[in-house]
Design a protein around this ligand. Sequence first.
Ligand SMILES: Cc1cc2nc3c(=O)[nH]c(=O)nc-3n(C[C@H](O)[C@H](O)[C@H](O)COP(=O)(O)OP(=O)(O)OC[C@H]3O[C@@H](n4cnc5c(N)ncnc54)[C@H](O)[C@@H]3O)c2cc1C
Length: 462
Amino acid sequence: MQDHLINYLKQQVGPEHVLTSPEERWTYAYDATDRAAMPDAVVFPGSAAEVAAIVRLANAHRFPVVPRGAGTGRSGGSVPIEGGVVVVLTRLNRILEISKNDLVAVVEPGVILGKLKAAVEAEGLYYPPDPASAEFCTIGGNVAECAGGAVAVQYGVTRDYVLGLEVVLPTGELIEAGTRTMKGVVGYDLTRLFLGSEGTLGIITRITLRLVSKPPARQTLAAGFDTMEAAAATVSLILRSGLTPTALEFMDHVTLGCVQEMLPFALPAGTAALLLIAVDGQPQDVADRVGRIAQCCRDQGASPVLESKTPEEAEGLWRARKVVSPALLKVKPHKVSEDVVVPLGSIPALISALQDIARGRGLIIPSYGHAGDGNIHVNILYDQQVERERQAVPLAVEDLFTMVRKLNGTLSGEHGIGLTKAPYLGMELSPAALALQRRLKAAFDPLNIMNPGKIFPGPPPP
Ligand SMILES: Cc1cc2nc3c(=O)[nH]c(=O)nc-3n(C[C@H](O)[C@H](O)[C@H](O)COP(=O)(O)OP(=O)(O)OC[C@H]3O[C@@H](n4cnc5c(N)ncnc54)[C@H](O)[C@@H]3O)c2cc1C
């Protein structure tokens, strides 16, 4: 990048907020995937006006701008694959307001989700979305990816809590989308368009969130099964029963093997799957529903079925669930993580197809995740040094996506398309739908400077 551009960036945000050495730039080259690419510079703006100045410079000189929160993305969204400037939003980290009267919070995008949740709970309110990365991801990254998490079964995902946004468009203009009100139908729903747009339509600089009241009680239940089929059938039964779990997660036996020592109890040898279930609400109602869900698990042959006796015990169970993803690297040094979703009735078919794919391709493919909404995290484990395994991985990914589409599922429930899934977009979107999405992108970003190379396979048509 030319010196005069770097100097201009330094003038706008302060020289201490621009990184240019190779070592510093490399720190912002990757996210939580195995992809990496070197940016030309890394900039930390301190206000929306500074973000707009960076984007206007990028327009004038046609260099890529790549928004970045905490870099915990699982699809390569913040990897600067075409170079340019990585714009890190972590200095925009203020909780501007928590209003008990309006049940809203107004925040900057760089706020760490866990801090926001704690601040909201200190006011007796609740912001439900709870991805396993809550302690280190940013709310801006959550909006850009439409993050989900365990409690989506009852509460929905990030999309269901964003009322309004302030965004710097790829042209450098600053717009407001949405409202501070619970309803609003004035014009097209641009807010929703930005949800899950993966930093390709603009840089989010302020977020207005809907809050709910904090549920007074929550209880957790763990149930072990000796077959995956029995666990999958129990998920279906619980969902049909009207017992409305808050979270309904599962782990298969490989996953369990990796986190077993973190669980507050020992599981019998031969446990093939564990269901982790949370229920929240009024104390008596929670106790009632937990009892009935436990019975439902026992009726399906679960053993043991354990109800958490203290908040610490429940916390221990959820901590084990939250470290599952990195813990799988105990089995093999590399993995490709997919987060497919299938209709609820197709979970057993997907689980059985995964076993076939693993056998057919000679790979270990553990799965865990949000069984309650059909969002299964499929992990294809491999060793980069073993050529046979390396070559089998993309074939297994293709097998998986083919099966998911056959089951009327979707390629991603919460991690987005980014770089890693872009080549497969045509497996889900028809040519006409894909062309319309490209036209939308071009309407927002005529020069294709905003996070280029993401979501769409190949360059934009001339
Ligand atoms: C261990 C682990 C567990 C995880 N568990 C879950 C889970 O349970 N559920 C889930 O949904 N995800 C999960 N994730 C994925 C990840 O944490 C989420 O996608 C999160 O929302 C990313 O936030 P981030 O701040 O790290 O964003 P980044 O990775 O920095 O960026 C993600 C995308 O958002 C864009 N972006 C970031 N900030 C902005 C902004 N202000 N304006 C516009 N675009 C922006 C980037 O360009 C990029 O495309 C997990 C990740 C890890 C590593």
